[in-house]
Design a protein around this ligand. Sequence first.
Ligand SMILES: Cc1cc2nc3c(=O)[nH]c(=O)nc-3n(C[C@H](O)[C@H](O)[C@H](O)COP(=O)(O)O)c2cc1C
Length: 209
Amino acid sequence: MGLYEVIHGRRDVRAEFTGAPVGADVLERVLRAAHAAPSVGLSQPWDFVIVRDRETRSAFREHVREQRRRFAESLDGGRAGTFEKIKIEGILEATLGVVVTYDPGRGAPAVLGRHTIADAGLYSVCLAIQNLWLAATSEGLGVGWVSFYEEGFLAGLLGIPDGIRPVAWLCVGPVSHLETVPDLERHGWRRRRPLERAVHHGRWGERLR
Ligand SMILES: Cc1cc2nc3c(=O)[nH]c(=O)nc-3n(C[C@H](O)[C@H](O)[C@H](O)COP(=O)(O)O)c2cc1C
């Protein structure tokens, strides 16, 4: 697949995991791609916890289900009805989980480029995640980002040390297919914005005529 094909073909996957095995060589290539991401001050503040154990995944899924219930309770009638139909995780259906963490202490205190923007460390982790996501797509794997969790719960479940934040639980594995339209759009939750609305020329709000 060419780069643009991978970028536009990538999808957040929940329902299409087959549960088939992922070869060690494939997983290694995908993790190497993540680890090749740019990072503020070359801090490489990420780590990857590979979770295969079913009991651990079940415990996490239970927690996610509870967070889903909480979110659903905060919605009004129409929105709650739309949300009900949306699957938000494939934790057990995927072959494995990859939990990506952020260590703000890595390379500290003088992280070059982070002195005015503390979030630059988190941005770096997100770039590693995006690299992983694109590499997985080009390997024929699906990835689904799960963020319906309390950080303390996931840190406790996986023995992540104090001060290190779990940024994402990624469901990873072979898929039957990738949808061409995001799930949230297909289910009427939200539509993608056209690029023209996101581009400003010279000053905020200025558009080309
Ligand atoms: C930071 C972040 C957190 C997300 N959390 C969830 C989640 O908890 N559950 C879920 O189903 N999708 C989650 N997603 C996936 C988004 O819903 C998805 O990327 C978006 O709807 C666009 O669809 P696409 O990735 O298929 O293009 C998350 C994505 C990001 C970037």
